[in-house]
Design a protein around this ligand. Structure first.
Ligand code: SF4
Length: 368
Protein backbone atom coordinates (compact mmCIF):
# COMPACT_ATOMS: atom_id res chain seq x y z
CA UNK A 1 0.00 0.00 0.00
CA UNK A 2 1.33 3.44 -0.93
CA UNK A 3 2.23 5.40 2.19
CA UNK A 4 3.85 8.46 0.60
CA UNK A 5 3.23 9.78 -2.90
CA UNK A 6 5.26 12.78 -4.00
CA UNK A 7 4.19 14.38 -7.26
CA UNK A 8 6.15 16.91 -9.29
CA UNK A 9 7.80 18.51 -6.27
CA UNK A 10 9.84 21.65 -6.92
CA UNK A 11 11.81 23.57 -4.29
CA UNK A 12 13.70 26.79 -5.01
CA UNK A 13 15.37 29.37 -2.80
CA UNK A 14 15.51 33.03 -3.80
CA UNK A 15 18.96 34.39 -2.88
CA UNK A 16 20.90 37.60 -3.55
CA UNK A 17 22.85 35.78 -6.27
CA UNK A 18 19.80 34.32 -7.99
CA UNK A 19 17.26 31.55 -7.56
CA UNK A 20 18.68 28.21 -6.38
CA UNK A 21 16.64 25.46 -8.05
CA UNK A 22 17.31 22.73 -5.51
CA UNK A 23 14.55 20.26 -6.48
CA UNK A 24 13.08 20.30 -9.98
CA UNK A 25 9.94 18.26 -10.50
CA UNK A 26 10.60 15.06 -8.57
CA UNK A 27 7.94 12.33 -8.25
CA UNK A 28 8.18 9.06 -6.33
CA UNK A 29 6.25 6.74 -4.03
CA UNK A 30 7.10 4.81 -0.89
CA UNK A 31 5.05 1.77 0.13
CA UNK A 32 4.42 0.71 3.73
CA UNK A 33 7.23 -1.48 5.02
CA UNK A 34 9.48 -0.72 2.04
CA UNK A 35 12.81 1.10 1.79
CA UNK A 36 13.51 3.73 -0.83
CA UNK A 37 17.19 4.62 -1.27
CA UNK A 38 17.81 8.16 -2.54
CA UNK A 39 21.35 8.32 -3.91
CA UNK A 40 23.58 10.98 -5.40
CA UNK A 41 26.45 13.33 -4.74
CA UNK A 42 26.23 16.26 -2.34
CA UNK A 43 24.22 19.12 -3.79
CA UNK A 44 21.89 16.86 -5.78
CA UNK A 45 18.83 17.89 -3.77
CA UNK A 46 18.35 14.72 -1.66
CA UNK A 47 18.25 16.39 1.74
CA UNK A 48 16.29 19.46 0.61
CA UNK A 49 13.70 17.12 -0.89
CA UNK A 50 13.03 15.24 2.34
CA UNK A 51 13.35 18.27 4.61
CA UNK A 52 10.72 20.03 2.51
CA UNK A 53 8.29 17.19 3.22
CA UNK A 54 8.66 17.98 6.92
CA UNK A 55 8.39 21.76 6.54
CA UNK A 56 12.08 22.25 7.38
CA UNK A 57 12.95 24.54 4.44
CA UNK A 58 11.62 27.94 5.57
CA UNK A 59 11.76 30.64 2.91
CA UNK A 60 11.68 28.15 0.04
CA UNK A 61 9.22 28.36 -2.84
CA UNK A 62 7.57 24.94 -2.97
CA UNK A 63 5.14 23.50 -5.51
CA UNK A 64 3.73 20.02 -6.05
CA UNK A 65 2.01 17.49 -3.80
CA UNK A 66 3.22 15.12 -1.09
CA UNK A 67 0.39 12.85 0.03
CA UNK A 68 1.35 11.02 3.22
CA UNK A 69 -1.23 8.62 4.62
CA UNK A 70 -4.00 10.57 2.88
CA UNK A 71 -2.80 14.09 3.86
CA UNK A 72 -0.92 16.58 1.68
CA UNK A 73 2.09 17.50 3.84
CA UNK A 74 2.70 20.64 1.78
CA UNK A 75 -0.68 22.07 2.82
CA UNK A 76 -0.24 21.60 6.59
CA UNK A 77 0.31 24.47 9.03
CA UNK A 78 3.44 24.59 11.17
CA UNK A 79 1.45 23.32 14.17
CA UNK A 80 0.03 20.41 12.17
CA UNK A 81 3.51 19.55 10.85
CA UNK A 82 4.86 19.53 14.41
CA UNK A 83 2.34 16.79 15.19
CA UNK A 84 3.55 14.80 12.18
CA UNK A 85 7.27 15.15 12.92
CA UNK A 86 8.45 12.54 15.39
CA UNK A 87 5.14 10.78 15.84
CA UNK A 88 4.28 9.81 12.24
CA UNK A 89 7.51 10.63 10.39
CA UNK A 90 10.85 10.46 12.22
CA UNK A 91 14.27 11.59 11.05
CA UNK A 92 17.72 10.17 11.80
CA UNK A 93 20.45 12.66 10.98
CA UNK A 94 24.05 12.05 9.95
CA UNK A 95 25.85 13.25 13.06
CA UNK A 96 24.16 12.15 16.31
CA UNK A 97 26.52 14.28 18.38
CA UNK A 98 25.01 17.44 16.94
CA UNK A 99 21.46 16.05 17.18
CA UNK A 100 21.66 14.98 20.83
CA UNK A 101 21.82 17.80 23.39
CA UNK A 102 25.22 17.51 25.13
CA UNK A 103 24.08 18.61 28.61
CA UNK A 104 21.06 16.30 28.99
CA UNK A 105 21.16 12.59 29.70
CA UNK A 106 20.31 10.33 26.76
CA UNK A 107 17.36 8.72 28.56
CA UNK A 108 15.93 12.11 29.53
CA UNK A 109 16.03 13.26 25.91
CA UNK A 110 14.15 10.17 24.73
CA UNK A 111 11.60 10.53 27.54
CA UNK A 112 10.98 14.20 26.77
CA UNK A 113 10.38 13.37 23.12
CA UNK A 114 7.76 10.82 24.14
CA UNK A 115 6.06 13.20 26.61
CA UNK A 116 6.12 16.12 24.18
CA UNK A 117 3.85 14.15 21.85
CA UNK A 118 1.73 12.37 24.45
CA UNK A 119 0.88 14.32 27.61
CA UNK A 120 -0.88 11.31 29.15
CA UNK A 121 2.43 9.45 29.56
CA UNK A 122 3.91 9.89 33.05
CA UNK A 123 7.61 10.55 33.66
CA UNK A 124 8.01 7.05 35.08
CA UNK A 125 6.35 5.42 32.07
CA UNK A 126 8.47 7.48 29.67
CA UNK A 127 11.66 6.52 31.53
CA UNK A 128 10.72 2.83 31.37
CA UNK A 129 10.00 3.16 27.68
CA UNK A 130 13.40 4.82 27.15
CA UNK A 131 15.16 1.83 28.74
CA UNK A 132 13.11 -0.55 26.59
CA UNK A 133 13.96 1.40 23.43
CA UNK A 134 17.69 1.42 24.22
CA UNK A 135 17.49 -2.35 24.78
CA UNK A 136 15.69 -2.76 21.46
CA UNK A 137 18.47 -0.98 19.53
CA UNK A 138 21.16 -3.07 21.19
CA UNK A 139 22.62 -0.76 23.85
CA UNK A 140 24.19 -3.00 26.53
CA UNK A 141 22.98 -2.51 30.14
CA UNK A 142 20.27 -0.06 29.06
CA UNK A 143 18.96 0.49 32.61
CA UNK A 144 22.34 1.98 33.54
CA UNK A 145 23.32 3.58 30.22
CA UNK A 146 20.02 5.47 30.04
CA UNK A 147 21.55 7.84 32.64
CA UNK A 148 24.66 8.56 30.53
CA UNK A 149 25.34 11.81 28.72
CA UNK A 150 25.90 11.70 24.92
CA UNK A 151 29.66 12.15 25.30
CA UNK A 152 29.78 8.91 27.33
CA UNK A 153 28.43 6.96 24.32
CA UNK A 154 30.60 5.84 21.39
CA UNK A 155 29.69 7.08 17.88
CA UNK A 156 27.82 3.87 17.09
CA UNK A 157 25.93 3.96 20.41
CA UNK A 158 24.92 7.57 19.83
CA UNK A 159 23.50 6.63 16.44
CA UNK A 160 21.65 3.73 18.09
CA UNK A 161 20.25 6.21 20.60
CA UNK A 162 19.06 8.39 17.71
CA UNK A 163 17.39 5.36 16.15
CA UNK A 164 15.73 4.61 19.52
CA UNK A 165 14.42 8.17 19.56
CA UNK A 166 13.16 7.82 15.99
CA UNK A 167 11.29 4.63 16.96
CA UNK A 168 9.90 6.03 20.22
CA UNK A 169 6.49 6.99 18.84
CA UNK A 170 6.13 4.10 16.35
CA UNK A 171 6.22 6.28 13.21
CA UNK A 172 4.95 5.00 9.88
CA UNK A 173 7.96 6.44 8.05
CA UNK A 174 11.58 7.01 9.06
CA UNK A 175 13.82 9.28 7.00
CA UNK A 176 17.48 8.39 7.57
CA UNK A 177 19.75 11.12 6.18
CA UNK A 178 23.26 9.66 5.73
CA UNK A 179 22.94 7.84 9.10
CA UNK A 180 26.15 5.86 8.69
CA UNK A 181 28.44 8.36 6.96
CA UNK A 182 30.13 9.51 10.17
CA UNK A 183 30.74 5.93 11.38
CA UNK A 184 33.54 3.50 10.65
CA UNK A 185 32.89 0.54 8.36
CA UNK A 186 32.13 -2.14 10.98
CA UNK A 187 29.78 0.11 12.97
CA UNK A 188 28.15 1.18 9.70
CA UNK A 189 27.35 -2.47 8.93
CA UNK A 190 25.89 -2.94 12.43
CA UNK A 191 23.65 0.13 12.08
CA UNK A 192 22.40 -0.99 8.65
CA UNK A 193 21.64 -4.45 10.09
CA UNK A 194 19.77 -2.82 12.95
CA UNK A 195 17.69 -0.64 10.62
CA UNK A 196 16.84 -3.68 8.48
CA UNK A 197 15.88 -5.72 11.53
CA UNK A 198 13.72 -2.95 12.99
CA UNK A 199 12.02 -2.32 9.67
CA UNK A 200 11.08 -6.00 9.40
CA UNK A 201 9.95 -6.10 13.01
CA UNK A 202 7.80 -2.97 12.97
CA UNK A 203 6.80 -2.67 9.30
CA UNK A 204 7.95 0.95 9.24
CA UNK A 205 8.75 2.40 5.82
CA UNK A 206 12.22 3.88 5.38
CA UNK A 207 13.75 6.53 3.14
CA UNK A 208 17.53 6.11 3.17
CA UNK A 209 19.45 9.13 1.85
CA UNK A 210 23.04 8.35 0.97
CA UNK A 211 25.84 9.18 -1.46
CA UNK A 212 26.93 5.54 -1.31
CA UNK A 213 25.35 2.96 -3.61
CA UNK A 214 26.97 0.27 -1.43
CA UNK A 215 24.64 1.27 1.44
CA UNK A 216 21.66 1.07 -0.89
CA UNK A 217 22.70 -2.42 -1.98
CA UNK A 218 22.38 -3.54 1.63
CA UNK A 219 19.09 -2.01 2.56
CA UNK A 220 16.88 -0.64 -0.25
CA UNK A 221 14.00 -2.19 -2.19
CA UNK A 222 13.76 0.67 -4.66
CA UNK A 223 16.27 3.35 -5.61
CA UNK A 224 16.06 6.90 -6.92
CA UNK A 225 19.32 8.36 -8.25
CA UNK A 226 19.22 12.16 -8.02
CA UNK A 227 21.30 14.64 -9.99
CA UNK A 228 20.95 18.43 -10.11
CA UNK A 229 17.60 18.35 -8.31
CA UNK A 230 15.95 15.74 -10.52
CA UNK A 231 15.52 11.98 -10.60
CA UNK A 232 18.13 10.81 -13.10
CA UNK A 233 17.06 7.18 -12.77
CA UNK A 234 14.58 5.22 -10.67
CA UNK A 235 13.99 1.50 -10.37
CA UNK A 236 14.18 -1.54 -8.20
CA UNK A 237 17.53 -2.33 -6.64
CA UNK A 238 18.02 -4.97 -9.32
CA UNK A 239 17.32 -2.44 -12.12
CA UNK A 240 19.85 0.02 -10.77
CA UNK A 241 22.63 -2.47 -10.10
CA UNK A 242 22.25 -4.83 -13.06
CA UNK A 243 20.47 -2.78 -15.72
CA UNK A 244 21.65 0.81 -15.14
CA UNK A 245 20.70 3.11 -17.99
CA UNK A 246 21.68 6.65 -17.04
CA UNK A 247 25.42 7.37 -17.41
CA UNK A 248 25.37 9.03 -13.97
CA UNK A 249 24.14 5.80 -12.35
CA UNK A 250 26.80 3.92 -14.26
CA UNK A 251 29.41 6.39 -12.97
CA UNK A 252 28.25 5.93 -9.37
CA UNK A 253 28.48 2.15 -9.74
CA UNK A 254 32.00 2.43 -11.10
CA UNK A 255 32.94 4.53 -8.05
CA UNK A 256 32.14 1.78 -5.52
CA UNK A 257 35.27 0.31 -3.92
CA UNK A 258 35.43 -3.43 -4.43
CA UNK A 259 37.54 -5.43 -2.02
CA UNK A 260 38.00 -8.24 -4.55
CA UNK A 261 39.65 -5.81 -6.96
CA UNK A 262 42.25 -4.25 -4.73
CA UNK A 263 44.68 -3.93 -7.62
CA UNK A 264 42.27 -1.88 -9.75
CA UNK A 265 41.85 1.82 -9.31
CA UNK A 266 38.41 3.40 -9.00
CA UNK A 267 36.97 5.32 -11.92
CA UNK A 268 35.55 8.65 -10.71
CA UNK A 269 32.99 10.77 -12.54
CA UNK A 270 34.97 13.73 -13.92
CA UNK A 271 34.04 17.26 -12.86
CA UNK A 272 31.66 18.55 -10.20
CA UNK A 273 27.87 18.72 -9.85
CA UNK A 274 26.48 22.05 -11.14
CA UNK A 275 25.38 24.91 -8.91
CA UNK A 276 21.60 25.16 -8.49
CA UNK A 277 21.84 28.82 -9.58
CA UNK A 278 23.68 28.26 -12.87
CA UNK A 279 22.45 24.99 -14.29
CA UNK A 280 23.78 24.11 -17.75
CA UNK A 281 21.42 24.05 -20.73
CA UNK A 282 20.03 20.72 -21.94
CA UNK A 283 20.83 17.64 -19.88
CA UNK A 284 22.36 18.89 -16.64
CA UNK A 285 24.82 15.99 -16.65
CA UNK A 286 26.20 16.71 -20.13
CA UNK A 287 29.40 18.54 -19.02
CA UNK A 288 30.45 15.30 -17.26
CA UNK A 289 28.96 12.68 -19.56
CA UNK A 290 31.22 10.73 -21.90
CA UNK A 291 28.21 9.67 -24.05
CA UNK A 292 27.01 13.22 -24.72
CA UNK A 293 24.99 13.59 -27.94
CA UNK A 294 24.22 16.79 -29.82
CA UNK A 295 20.65 16.96 -28.53
CA UNK A 296 21.89 16.63 -24.91
CA UNK A 297 23.37 20.13 -25.19
CA UNK A 298 20.07 21.83 -25.92
CA UNK A 299 17.17 19.72 -24.63
CA UNK A 300 16.74 18.22 -21.17
CA UNK A 301 15.28 14.70 -21.34
CA UNK A 302 12.22 13.82 -19.25
CA UNK A 303 12.22 10.56 -17.28
CA UNK A 304 10.88 7.72 -19.45
CA UNK A 305 10.23 4.05 -18.90
CA UNK A 306 13.16 1.76 -19.64
CA UNK A 307 12.43 -1.90 -18.91
CA UNK A 308 10.37 -2.76 -15.84
CA UNK A 309 7.31 -0.71 -14.87
CA UNK A 310 9.21 1.28 -12.24
CA UNK A 311 12.48 1.62 -14.17
CA UNK A 312 12.79 5.16 -15.56
CA UNK A 313 15.74 7.18 -16.81
CA UNK A 314 16.09 10.82 -17.87
CA UNK A 315 18.59 10.24 -20.67
CA UNK A 316 18.48 10.39 -24.48
CA UNK A 317 20.32 7.08 -24.92
CA UNK A 318 18.04 4.31 -26.25
CA UNK A 319 16.29 2.09 -23.70
CA UNK A 320 18.26 -0.88 -25.05
CA UNK A 321 21.44 0.75 -23.69
CA UNK A 322 20.51 -0.40 -20.16
CA UNK A 323 22.98 -2.85 -18.66
CA UNK A 324 26.57 -3.30 -17.61
CA UNK A 325 28.01 -5.69 -20.16
CA UNK A 326 29.60 -5.36 -23.57
CA UNK A 327 26.25 -5.55 -25.39
CA UNK A 328 24.90 -2.49 -23.60
CA UNK A 329 28.18 -0.70 -24.21
CA UNK A 330 27.93 -1.50 -27.90
CA UNK A 331 24.43 0.04 -28.05
CA UNK A 332 25.76 3.15 -26.31
CA UNK A 333 28.63 3.44 -28.77
CA UNK A 334 26.25 3.13 -31.72
CA UNK A 335 23.95 5.81 -30.27
CA UNK A 336 26.93 8.12 -29.76
CA UNK A 337 28.07 7.47 -33.33
CA UNK A 338 24.65 8.46 -34.68
CA UNK A 339 23.90 11.32 -32.31
CA UNK A 340 27.23 13.12 -32.15
CA UNK A 341 27.65 15.12 -35.31
CA UNK A 342 28.67 18.59 -34.23
CA UNK A 343 29.07 20.41 -30.93
CA UNK A 344 28.96 17.32 -28.68
CA UNK A 345 32.36 16.29 -29.99
CA UNK A 346 33.96 19.25 -28.20
CA UNK A 347 32.34 18.32 -24.88
CA UNK A 348 33.44 14.72 -25.29
CA UNK A 349 37.00 15.79 -26.06
CA UNK A 350 37.09 18.10 -23.04
CA UNK A 351 35.92 15.24 -20.79
CA UNK A 352 38.46 12.87 -22.30
CA UNK A 353 41.22 15.45 -21.67
CA UNK A 354 40.23 16.03 -18.02
CA UNK A 355 42.89 14.94 -15.49
CA UNK A 356 40.55 12.51 -13.72
CA UNK A 357 39.87 10.54 -16.90
CA UNK A 358 43.52 10.57 -17.97
CA UNK A 359 44.56 9.03 -14.69
CA UNK A 360 42.46 5.89 -15.01
CA UNK A 361 42.97 2.68 -16.92
CA UNK A 362 40.93 2.18 -20.06
CA UNK A 363 39.50 -1.19 -19.01
CA UNK A 364 36.34 -0.93 -16.89
CA UNK A 365 36.57 -1.99 -13.23
CA UNK A 366 34.80 -5.16 -12.01
CA UNK A 367 31.15 -4.77 -11.06
CA UNK A 368 30.03 -4.89 -7.43
FE1 SF4 B 1 24.63 11.86 -21.11
FE2 SF4 B 1 22.98 12.85 -22.95
FE3 SF4 B 1 22.15 10.96 -21.32
FE4 SF4 B 1 22.58 13.41 -20.41
S1 SF4 B 1 21.02 12.79 -21.91
S2 SF4 B 1 23.18 11.53 -19.44
S3 SF4 B 1 24.37 14.01 -21.60
S4 SF4 B 1 23.74 10.76 -22.88
Amino acid sequence: MTLLEVENLTVSFPTADGVVRAVRGVSFTVDSGQTLGIVGESGGGKTVLTQTLLGLTPGADVTGRAIFDGTDLLQLSEEQLRQVRGSRISVIFQDPLTSLHPVYRVGWQISEMIRAHDKTVTKKQAAERSVELLRRVGIPHPAQRVHDYPHQFSGGMRQRAMIAMALALSPKLIIADEPTTALDATVQAQILDLLLHLRRESGTALIMITHDLGVVADIADNVMVMYAGRAAETGTKHDIFYQPHHPYTKGLLESIPNSSAAADRLRPIPGQPPSGINLPAGCKFHPRCSYVLDRCLTTEPEPRQIRGFAHTSACWLPATAAGVGGDAEHVREQAVHQGRIGAAVEVAEAIAASPEVQAWPTSPPPRP
